[in-house]
Ligand binder design. Structure first.
Ligand code: SF4
Length: 211
């Protein structure tokens, strides 16, 4: 089996296990999902979900957040990592959505990346979760770990890992793989003590029982 065949097999097995993977960030509209994704950088979804109810209660829309006092936003999200910088960025992002996009989140990668706090990974998550658009593959800490252990990449930089995966996988898999590989890394191929015995990939993984 060459590398492309292996990548496709991995994608198919993960798709079978997670046919419709969804983000674990709690949200009820586009605004809430986008802000939650921005807050989730280097922070667990669980932690983000703890702070967003109060945040969205006080600032329920792009308009409300755009006119917020940043120090009050900082206080509301202080439990997440890098809260000061993130508070400034989400307020700036809200102002940018209003000034550049008339208060509507844009649907393209380049446009989303003009928002402060939105890099390629966040833009991929937002587009795939909200509109089912896959312009790339989400590469977070979980996907980096899983794909490295599977021998699908030897890169360290997320952008280069994404390039490797894009070259290996036909586009039809990108959307599902982005969600299913995150869940696989979060719950099975964990950083410490991966659960190789219950892993659907253990017959094709070179790191099985050897991490
Ligand atoms: S077999 Fe083990 S190391 Fe390989 S993907 Fe599965 S959990 Fe991770």
């Amino acid at each position: 089996m060459d590398k492309k065949e292996k990548a496709e097999k991995v994608a198919l097995l993960l798709q079978k296990k997670h046919p419709n993977p969804k983000t674990e960030l709690t949200h009820s509209d586009e605004y809430q999902l986008a802000i939650s994704v921005m807050l989730s950088a280097q922070t667990t979804d669980k932690k983000v979900n703890q702070v967003t109810p109060a945040l969205f209660n006080k600032y329920p829309s792009w308009e409300a957040l755009a006119s917020a006092d940043t120090s009050e936003v900082t206080a509301l999200i202080r439990q997440v990592n890098f809260h000061k910088g993130k508070a400034q960025r989400i307020v700036d992002a809200a102002r940018t959505v209003l000034s550049l996009y008339n208060g509507v989140l844009p649907h393209g990668m380049a446009e989303l990346m003009k928002l402060p706090g939105v890099a390629r990974k966040s833009a991929n998550v937002i587009m795939q979760e909200l509109w089912g658009i896959a312009e790339g593959i989400v590469v977070d800490t979980h996907v980096s770990r899983v794909t490295t252990r599977l021998g699908l990449t030897s890169q360290k930089d997320p952008k280069k890992i994404e390039e490797d995966l894009i070259n290996l996988l036909p586009k039809k898999y990108w959307r599902n793989f982005s969600g299913s590989a995150v869940l696989h890394g979060r719950y099975v191929c964990t950083a410490r003590k991966p659960k190789c015995g219950e892993c659907v990939l253990n017959e094709i993984c070179p790191s099985a029982y050897n991490v």
